[in-house]
Design a protein. Structure first.
Length: 332
């Protein structure tokens, strides 16, 4: 989103991304009305039909944004390229890749998520997001695999046995929103399994290291979750959860939190989860990232000269810092 916003304002952008964009999963995001139009400047009929506003799978959102950015000639993609360090002097900022290459630019924007490498440069005294005491178990089931007994119309919350379960209908892989042909996403808040996170290395000290993939989740944890699901929850959402657990198609994300003291240092700025990490319960991490991108674009437009870049970044920080601090606190 940041790359597209800046490219539309006439800046040449290089995106450096460690992923090869294959085999990604992830949870769900709420897509604001007109998001892609705002980001790309394209009309809705020029955009992918699978990305209607509403709750969408992470993958559908990423695919559509990526396609829009890749079609923009002002953006150069460097995938399968991991940044290990960020630096700057009075003339330029740079990213050092795992291969030792230095990629220079007037400014560098860290959009590298909750374990941001860029944040270490911007806020070296407070560079890690902290574990917030919960793991979120996440799965997606096909409605066609569950069998009908009154399909859910909207997002649902259930509480039981110390858990909170959130269920959200998602379009099918083909974009279908007809009940019976959709997918059912669910997420279970669990504050009782720090031992599983520590045992797998997903949590070290108070710093979240990574999301647990299914092969890392102990067999007894799957069995306990299936037992608790049957006991504590009801209806289609329970069935979706039991189906995902039976297929071992579950991931476990330790919830992290980061309240920033700064968003900018010189020629380097942070956006999205690199800048602020809030409890997913807020449901707003994605929308706040969009606001970061738009604010940064506006700041660079009102300070268009190359010599004005650092001033533009300070305007961005002034515009966003209080709002994002409040956003993260709201997740508590
Ligand atoms: C379980 C869960 C559920 C959520 N649900 C919602 C929701 O319903 N609604 C909502 O609005 N938000 C939700 N969020 C929050 C939302 O996912 C984030 O706010 C959003 O993904 C942040 O986007 P981002 O681009 O800043 O970071 P990410 O999505 O984390 O993207 C960072 C990118 O940087 C790349 N990268 C990282 N490090 C490097 C490196 N060193 N070199 C090169 N590339 C690198 C990564 O590969 C990745 O592509 C949820 C989060 C979680 C964990």
């Amino acid at each position: 989103m940041t790359a597209s916003t800046l490219a539309r304002r006439g800046l040449g952008v290089t995106v450096v991304e460690r992923s090869g964009d294959t085999g990604r999963t992830g949870a769900a995001l709420s897509v604001p009305e007109g998001l892609l139009e705002r980001i790309t400047g394209l009309r809705s009929e020029q955009l992918p039909r699978t990305l209607a506003p509403g709750v969408q799978s992470w993958f559908a959102v990423h695919t559509a944004l990526h396609a829009a950015a890749a079609a923009d000639l002002g953006i150069h993609f460097r995938e399968n390229t991991r940044v290990v360090e960020v630096g700057q002097d009075t003339d330029a900022a740079w990213a050092v890749t795992a291969e030792g290459e230095r990629i220079h630019a007037d400014i560098l924007v860290g959009a590298d998520g909750h374990r941001s490498v860029t944040r270490r440069h911007v806020a070296p005294d407070k560079s890690d997001a902290r574990y917030a005491g919960q793991v979120l178990w996440i799965g997606v089931a096909e409605e066609s695999a569950i069998g009908s007994r009154g399909w859910p119309a909207s997002v649902a919350f259930q509480h039981g046995a110390g858990y909170t379960l959130i269920g959200y209908p998602l379009p099918g892989a083909d974009g279908s929103t007809a009940p019976g042909a959709r997918r059912l996403g669910w997420a279970l808040y669990d504050s009782s399994r720090d031992d599983v996170l520590r045992g797998s290395g997903a949590l070290v000290g108070s710093v979240v290291q990574h999301t647990l993939t299914a092969p890392e989740i102990p067999e007894h944890t799957f069995e306990e979750l299936a037992r608790d699901a049957r006991r504590a929850f009801s209806g289609t959402w329970r069935d979706a959860m039991v189906d995902s657990i039976r297929r071992r198609a579950v991931i476990g994300t330790p919830v992290a939190e980061y309240v920033p003291d700064r968003l900018v240092r010189g020629r380097v700025a942070l956006v999205g989860d690199a800048a602020h990490v809030a409890n997913p319960m807020t449901g707003r991490g994605f929308a706040e990232s969009l606001l970061d991108a738009e604010s940064l674009g506006a700041a660079l437009s009102s300070n268009p000269g190359r010599g004005d870049r650092t001033r533009a970044l300070l305007h961005y920080e002034l515009d966003r810092l209080d709002a994002v601090r409040e956003f993260v606190r709201s997740g508590r």
